[in-house]
Design a protein around this ligand. Sequence first.
Ligand code: NAD
Length: 289
Amino acid sequence: MTLQILPFQLTLSHMRSLKDHATLSNGVNMPWLGLGVYLIPDGPPIVDVIHHAIDAGYRSIDTASFYQNEAGVGQAVNTCGLAREELFVTTKVWNDDLRQARTLDAFEESLDRMQLDYVDLYLVHWPVPGKFVAAWKALEEIYERGRAKAIGVSNFTVQHLEVLQQNSEMIPMVNQVEFHPYLIQPRLKAFCAQKNIQLEAWSPLMQGRAMNVPTIQQVAEKYGKTPAQIVLRWDLQHGVVTIPKSAQPARIIENATIFDFELSEEDMVVLDGLDCGQRVGPDPEDFVF
Ligand code: NAD
């Protein structure tokens, strides 16, 4: 299957700075690049990391109730000196909480921990069979009440999205999935583009392993960039929102310095050629948590 590089309504001129954003199907703007904060400890460590990222120009933070650091995320947002509207905060409902009434409560608990009035994006973290439709109905309610500016899902396959579509009012605005040069999932990517569901890449750096892939290293050398910058730029040129994680100040800046160059179509194809369906995380068709 030929990979569609950028959705037709997008051009590279829409991604020239860290402030540039994708526009979701409901008109909400979501920054192309955000900071993933999985495994960054709650409390002072995460507050410092997020303040550093915001100083470096980041405007989007991706957390989850499962990460147990929502309190620190909220504290960083509330003390960074920027107006709340300038930041984009994502959190997710965990698998134990996927029942309609329980999901509504879990959402309020997340807001309480973060001391925020709303989130920009609320996601169903994993498509637990038999449960995700009920949880989605709760997310629709949260959206209708204006407590989440956008709602979406994570780790949903085409089949999960079809089940959701047949059983609900709204189509998710975002699908956050594992996405990197070893795992492009062309069918899912095309399906999301067709339904106007913004694709978002988790583990975009293959949890650090992308740095050791010779082809990525060669492309990096050619552009005078690092392997991390090449992969993150490749995400953008695919029209995929990306949320690399780092707690190291220098890497946080490095990962955001991807708006000053462009990969040629030829090099996009070279990187696309690495796709081998290899995951670094759990398979949404076969997980037990
Ligand atoms: P990632 O691919 O972002 O890799 C992070 C690791 O790569 C770091 O811990 C570090 O070891 C290394 N790294 C980062 N920048 C680097 C650089 N410039 N040079 C060299 N090494 C570098 O992996 P991730 O944390 O799994 O994914 C990113 C974010 O996605 C998470 O923090 C989380 O917010 C989200 N996520 C979501 C799900 C989900 O199910 N929805 C699952 C996993 C992760």
